[in-house]
Design a binder for this molecule. Structure first.
Ligand code: IPE
Ligand code: IPE
Ligand code: MG
Length: 253
């Protein structure tokens, strides 16, 4: 079956998730399998990003969150980090106009102060250029750690309480969520992790509370349109209960 047939099936089968989050993993292994240096795996990974953004747009996904570089990834060798920073700049430079034309709003979420000055400048440019787009919001998580994000939110709340602009009894789940990077996004419906690893690796710990998780064995550089649509298909076959009883369950005796 072609990817487009798959898309037709998805539309007939059920709802398309509004928000898809992806832990893009396996670039290093993809390169090692080919006896290539790791940065070449990341370069191939960048091409996969392009295809997945296109596919998400075609499917009608409204929010796409991609985990590209974690806070812990700063502990990788300097050469690998600098290759990743250059690729970020290159991705933005190459894709910004096309993303803009397709109605994609691009944001970079994380501790961007740590990025290199050229990467920071590229981020500021694409964010401003695409700020008014509404078709798809593309969240690129870079220099991001979920625990750090939550500590930052807690500190903001503490500051506001101390300043007298927020009362302790106003601190509830909505108030906390409003101080995360993802304040204006619905929670992810579907989390995909590639390369077969079965862990969250400090990604969106708060926001993923009720996401459906699909682990794909495919390494990120090989993850394409058909893989995304297969993951959405799997999502459509899940029964999301949010702690309640199934919709069709008989009433309790
Ligand atoms: C994911 O691929 C990209 C980043 C974390 C930057 P990896 O680089 O983690 O690839 P593996 O897990 O070593 O194969
Ligand atoms: C998670 O992948 C981070 C990104 C995909 C950006 P890692 O490869 O860094 O995670 P671990 O080390 O396998 O948990
Ligand atoms: Mg990895």
């Amino acid at each position: 079956m072609t990817a487009l047939d798959l898309l037709d099936q998805l539309r007939l089968n059920g709802t398309i998730p509004r928000h898809v989050a992806i832990i893009m993993d396996g670039n290093g292994r993809w390169a090692s399998e080919r006896m290539l240096p790791r940065p070449l795996g990341h370069r191939s990974g960048m091409k996969a990003v392009r295809e997945i953004v296109e596919s998400a747009l075609e499917a009608g996904v409204e929010f796409l969150s991609l985990f590209a570089f974690s806070q812990e990834n700063w502990q990788r060798p300097p050469l690998e980090i600098s290759a990743l920073m250059s690729l970020l700049e290159e991705y933005i430079q190459r894709e910004a106009d096309e993303l803009e034309g397709e109605g994609v709003r691009v944001r970079v979420l994380g501790d961007i102060e740590r990025l290199t000055p050229p990467a920071k400048a590229a981020v500021a440019r694409v964010t401003a250029q695409t700020a008014d787009n509404t078709k798809l919001t593309l969240n690129l998580f870079i220099s991001y750690g979920s625990r750090a994000e939550m500590v930052r939110a807690a500190r903001r709340i503490a500051d506001e309480v101390q300043a007298g602009s927020l009362r302790p009894e106003q601190v509830d789940e909505a108030a906390f969520a409003a101080r995360l990077y993802t304040a204006d996004c619905p929670d992810p419906d579907l989390l995909i992790r590639t390369s077969g690893e079965q862990r969250i690796s400090n990604f969106l710990l708060w926001q993923l509370a009720y996401a459906e998780i699909v682990i794909s064995p495919v390494l990120w550089p090989d993850f394409g349109r058909a893989n995304l649509y297969a993951a959405i298909r799997e999502y459509q076959n899940r029964d999301r209960r949010f702690g309640r009883v199934p919709a069709a369950a008989p009433p309790p005796a």
